[in-house]
Design a protein around this ligand. Structure first.
Ligand code: PEP
Length: 251
Protein backbone atom coordinates (compact mmCIF):
# COMPACT_ATOMS: atom_id res chain seq x y z
CA UNK A 1 0.00 0.00 0.00
CA UNK A 2 1.41 3.35 -0.96
CA UNK A 3 2.01 5.93 1.73
CA UNK A 4 -0.51 8.71 2.40
CA UNK A 5 1.22 11.97 3.27
CA UNK A 6 0.26 15.48 4.34
CA UNK A 7 3.19 17.91 4.11
CA UNK A 8 3.19 21.53 5.26
CA UNK A 9 5.36 23.93 3.27
CA UNK A 10 5.93 26.92 5.52
CA UNK A 11 7.85 28.81 2.81
CA UNK A 12 9.59 32.00 4.12
CA UNK A 13 7.24 32.64 7.03
CA UNK A 14 7.42 32.98 10.82
CA UNK A 15 10.02 34.11 13.33
CA UNK A 16 11.90 31.42 15.21
CA UNK A 17 9.54 31.79 18.19
CA UNK A 18 6.44 31.58 15.99
CA UNK A 19 7.83 28.56 14.18
CA UNK A 20 8.62 26.76 17.43
CA UNK A 21 5.16 27.54 18.82
CA UNK A 22 3.51 26.25 15.63
CA UNK A 23 5.44 22.98 15.48
CA UNK A 24 5.03 22.31 19.19
CA UNK A 25 1.24 22.80 19.01
CA UNK A 26 0.96 20.53 15.95
CA UNK A 27 3.14 17.85 17.56
CA UNK A 28 1.17 17.94 20.81
CA UNK A 29 -2.17 17.87 19.03
CA UNK A 30 -1.24 14.92 16.81
CA UNK A 31 0.16 13.02 19.76
CA UNK A 32 -3.40 12.53 21.03
CA UNK A 33 -4.87 11.46 17.71
CA UNK A 34 -4.99 8.36 15.58
CA UNK A 35 -3.27 9.66 12.47
CA UNK A 36 -3.75 7.76 9.21
CA UNK A 37 -0.97 9.39 7.20
CA UNK A 38 2.63 10.49 7.50
CA UNK A 39 2.95 14.19 8.43
CA UNK A 40 5.90 16.17 7.12
CA UNK A 41 6.81 19.72 8.14
CA UNK A 42 8.94 21.79 5.74
CA UNK A 43 10.24 24.81 7.69
CA UNK A 44 12.75 27.41 6.48
CA UNK A 45 16.23 25.84 6.56
CA UNK A 46 17.38 27.98 9.48
CA UNK A 47 14.74 26.23 11.65
CA UNK A 48 15.49 22.66 10.53
CA UNK A 49 17.54 21.80 13.58
CA UNK A 50 14.84 22.98 15.98
CA UNK A 51 12.18 21.18 13.91
CA UNK A 52 14.15 17.95 13.79
CA UNK A 53 14.33 17.97 17.62
CA UNK A 54 10.52 18.08 17.65
CA UNK A 55 10.48 15.38 14.96
CA UNK A 56 12.45 13.03 17.20
CA UNK A 57 9.90 13.39 19.99
CA UNK A 58 6.74 13.17 17.86
CA UNK A 59 5.12 11.63 14.78
CA UNK A 60 6.37 14.50 12.62
CA UNK A 61 8.90 14.02 9.82
CA UNK A 62 10.92 17.02 8.69
CA UNK A 63 11.78 18.18 5.19
CA UNK A 64 13.93 20.93 3.71
CA UNK A 65 12.31 23.28 1.18
CA UNK A 66 15.32 23.23 -1.13
CA UNK A 67 18.73 21.60 -1.57
CA UNK A 68 21.86 22.31 -3.57
CA UNK A 69 22.55 20.48 -6.81
CA UNK A 70 26.25 20.47 -5.83
CA UNK A 71 27.95 18.03 -3.50
CA UNK A 72 30.07 20.50 -1.49
CA UNK A 73 32.63 23.27 -1.91
CA UNK A 74 32.66 26.95 -2.88
CA UNK A 75 28.92 27.56 -3.37
CA UNK A 76 28.10 30.43 -1.01
CA UNK A 77 24.65 30.26 0.50
CA UNK A 78 23.95 26.68 -0.56
CA UNK A 79 23.02 23.75 1.68
CA UNK A 80 24.03 20.26 0.56
CA UNK A 81 22.07 17.04 0.79
CA UNK A 82 24.83 15.51 2.92
CA UNK A 83 24.48 18.36 5.45
CA UNK A 84 20.73 17.78 5.65
CA UNK A 85 21.13 14.03 5.90
CA UNK A 86 23.67 14.41 8.72
CA UNK A 87 21.05 16.44 10.63
CA UNK A 88 18.54 13.60 10.33
CA UNK A 89 16.44 15.28 7.63
CA UNK A 90 14.93 12.69 5.30
CA UNK A 91 13.18 14.79 2.67
CA UNK A 92 13.52 17.92 0.56
CA UNK A 93 11.03 19.67 -1.68
CA UNK A 94 12.49 20.08 -5.18
CA UNK A 95 11.13 22.09 -8.08
CA UNK A 96 8.48 24.12 -6.30
CA UNK A 97 6.97 26.52 -8.83
CA UNK A 98 8.19 29.50 -6.76
CA UNK A 99 11.77 28.26 -7.17
CA UNK A 100 11.23 27.68 -10.88
CA UNK A 101 9.74 31.17 -11.26
CA UNK A 102 11.74 33.45 -8.92
CA UNK A 103 15.06 31.59 -8.96
CA UNK A 104 14.94 30.39 -12.57
CA UNK A 105 15.50 26.77 -11.62
CA UNK A 106 15.53 24.60 -14.73
CA UNK A 107 14.63 20.96 -15.18
CA UNK A 108 18.36 20.18 -15.63
CA UNK A 109 19.23 21.81 -12.30
CA UNK A 110 16.32 20.06 -10.62
CA UNK A 111 17.54 16.69 -11.93
CA UNK A 112 20.89 17.37 -10.21
CA UNK A 113 19.17 18.24 -6.93
CA UNK A 114 17.22 14.99 -7.11
CA UNK A 115 20.44 13.07 -7.75
CA UNK A 116 22.20 14.66 -4.77
CA UNK A 117 19.27 13.76 -2.49
CA UNK A 118 19.19 10.16 -3.67
CA UNK A 119 23.00 9.89 -3.33
CA UNK A 120 22.47 10.81 0.32
CA UNK A 121 19.57 8.44 0.99
CA UNK A 122 17.06 11.28 1.09
CA UNK A 123 13.69 11.47 -0.64
CA UNK A 124 12.71 14.30 -3.00
CA UNK A 125 9.19 15.71 -2.81
CA UNK A 126 9.19 16.71 -6.45
CA UNK A 127 6.73 19.37 -7.67
CA UNK A 128 5.23 19.46 -11.15
CA UNK A 129 2.37 21.47 -12.56
CA UNK A 130 1.20 23.73 -15.34
CA UNK A 131 0.63 27.51 -15.50
CA UNK A 132 -2.85 28.95 -16.05
CA UNK A 133 -2.23 29.78 -19.75
CA UNK A 134 -1.01 26.24 -20.31
CA UNK A 135 -4.20 24.77 -18.85
CA UNK A 136 -6.34 27.23 -20.76
CA UNK A 137 -4.72 26.12 -23.99
CA UNK A 138 -5.12 22.44 -23.10
CA UNK A 139 -1.38 21.83 -22.69
CA UNK A 140 -1.39 20.67 -19.05
CA UNK A 141 -0.68 17.01 -19.76
CA UNK A 142 2.14 17.81 -22.19
CA UNK A 143 3.76 20.19 -19.66
CA UNK A 144 3.62 17.76 -16.76
CA UNK A 145 4.95 14.93 -18.91
CA UNK A 146 7.84 17.13 -20.07
CA UNK A 147 8.73 18.10 -16.46
CA UNK A 148 8.79 14.44 -15.43
CA UNK A 149 10.74 13.44 -18.49
CA UNK A 150 13.43 16.09 -18.12
CA UNK A 151 13.94 16.10 -14.34
CA UNK A 152 13.09 12.57 -13.15
CA UNK A 153 12.92 9.98 -15.89
CA UNK A 154 16.70 9.54 -16.00
CA UNK A 155 16.26 7.61 -12.71
CA UNK A 156 16.17 3.85 -12.70
CA UNK A 157 13.34 1.93 -11.01
CA UNK A 158 15.10 1.62 -7.64
CA UNK A 159 16.00 5.28 -7.59
CA UNK A 160 12.53 6.42 -8.62
CA UNK A 161 10.91 4.37 -5.88
CA UNK A 162 12.28 6.97 -3.40
CA UNK A 163 10.53 9.89 -5.11
CA UNK A 164 7.32 11.51 -3.84
CA UNK A 165 5.48 13.56 -6.46
CA UNK A 166 3.40 16.67 -5.83
CA UNK A 167 1.07 17.83 -8.58
CA UNK A 168 0.70 21.55 -8.00
CA UNK A 169 -1.12 23.46 -10.73
CA UNK A 170 0.55 26.88 -10.54
CA UNK A 171 -2.80 28.68 -10.95
CA UNK A 172 -4.00 27.08 -7.71
CA UNK A 173 -0.99 27.93 -5.52
CA UNK A 174 -1.80 30.65 -3.02
CA UNK A 175 -4.74 31.87 -5.12
CA UNK A 176 -7.71 30.34 -3.30
CA UNK A 177 -8.65 28.68 -6.60
CA UNK A 178 -8.42 24.97 -5.95
CA UNK A 179 -8.46 22.28 -8.65
CA UNK A 180 -11.75 20.42 -8.65
CA UNK A 181 -11.56 16.83 -7.37
CA UNK A 182 -12.16 15.76 -11.01
CA UNK A 183 -9.30 17.90 -12.33
CA UNK A 184 -6.98 16.57 -9.60
CA UNK A 185 -7.92 12.92 -10.21
CA UNK A 186 -7.63 13.35 -13.98
CA UNK A 187 -4.06 14.64 -13.69
CA UNK A 188 -3.00 12.23 -10.94
CA UNK A 189 -4.37 9.33 -12.99
CA UNK A 190 -2.49 10.61 -16.04
CA UNK A 191 0.74 10.84 -14.03
CA UNK A 192 0.30 7.32 -12.66
CA UNK A 193 -0.29 6.12 -16.20
CA UNK A 194 3.04 7.64 -17.27
CA UNK A 195 4.75 5.93 -14.33
CA UNK A 196 3.24 2.58 -15.34
CA UNK A 197 4.66 3.01 -18.86
CA UNK A 198 8.09 4.07 -17.61
CA UNK A 199 8.59 1.95 -14.47
CA UNK A 200 5.85 -0.69 -14.50
CA UNK A 201 2.86 -1.34 -12.27
CA UNK A 202 4.68 -2.08 -9.03
CA UNK A 203 6.63 1.18 -8.87
CA UNK A 204 3.71 3.25 -10.20
CA UNK A 205 1.26 1.84 -7.68
CA UNK A 206 3.66 2.49 -4.81
CA UNK A 207 4.39 6.11 -5.77
CA UNK A 208 2.76 8.72 -3.54
CA UNK A 209 1.29 11.59 -5.58
CA UNK A 210 0.28 14.61 -3.51
CA UNK A 211 -2.00 17.43 -4.60
CA UNK A 212 -1.01 21.04 -3.82
CA UNK A 213 -2.72 24.37 -4.47
CA UNK A 214 -5.19 26.10 -2.13
CA UNK A 215 -5.93 22.85 -0.33
CA UNK A 216 -7.54 23.64 3.01
CA UNK A 217 -9.51 22.17 5.91
CA UNK A 218 -12.77 22.43 3.92
CA UNK A 219 -11.74 20.90 0.60
CA UNK A 220 -9.07 18.37 1.65
CA UNK A 221 -11.42 15.43 2.25
CA UNK A 222 -13.00 15.58 -1.23
CA UNK A 223 -9.58 15.90 -2.87
CA UNK A 224 -8.04 13.06 -0.83
CA UNK A 225 -11.03 10.80 -1.55
CA UNK A 226 -9.82 10.36 -5.14
CA UNK A 227 -8.15 7.10 -6.03
CA UNK A 228 -4.87 8.61 -7.19
CA UNK A 229 -4.62 11.53 -4.75
CA UNK A 230 -2.44 10.30 -1.90
CA UNK A 231 -2.44 13.43 0.24
CA UNK A 232 -1.45 17.06 0.01
CA UNK A 233 1.38 19.55 -0.06
CA UNK A 234 -0.10 22.42 1.88
CA UNK A 235 1.13 26.03 1.84
CA UNK A 236 -1.00 28.74 3.50
CA UNK A 237 -3.19 26.38 5.52
CA UNK A 238 -0.13 24.71 7.08
CA UNK A 239 0.66 27.92 8.98
CA UNK A 240 -2.42 27.57 11.19
CA UNK A 241 -2.18 24.54 13.46
CA UNK A 242 -5.95 23.99 13.66
CA UNK A 243 -6.41 24.04 9.89
CA UNK A 244 -3.37 21.86 9.29
CA UNK A 245 -4.49 19.26 11.82
CA UNK A 246 -7.99 19.22 10.25
CA UNK A 247 -6.40 18.55 6.86
CA UNK A 248 -4.42 15.66 8.37
CA UNK A 249 -7.65 14.30 9.85
CA UNK A 250 -9.30 14.36 6.41
CA UNK A 251 -8.07 10.79 5.78
C1 PEP B 1 2.47 25.36 -2.07
O1 PEP B 1 3.09 26.41 -2.04
O2 PEP B 1 3.05 24.29 -2.25
C2 PEP B 1 1.02 25.43 -1.89
C3 PEP B 1 0.32 24.38 -2.20
O3 PEP B 1 0.52 26.62 -1.43
P1 PEP B 1 -1.02 26.94 -1.03
O4 PEP B 1 -1.52 25.75 -0.26
O5 PEP B 1 -0.94 28.16 -0.19
O6 PEP B 1 -1.75 27.13 -2.30
Amino acid sequence: MRKKIVAGNWKMNNTFQEAEELISVIAEDLDEKDIKCEVIICPPSIYLEMASDYGEESVLSISAQNVSGYDDGAYTGEISASMLEAMGINYSIVGHSERRKYFNETNDQLAKKVDRLLDNNMKPIFCIGEQLEERESGKQFEIVEDQLDKALFHLNKDEFSNVILAYEPVWAIGTGVVATPEQAQEMHGFIRGLLIKKYGNDVANETTILYGGSCNAKNAATLFANEDVDGGLIGGASLKSEDFVKIIESF
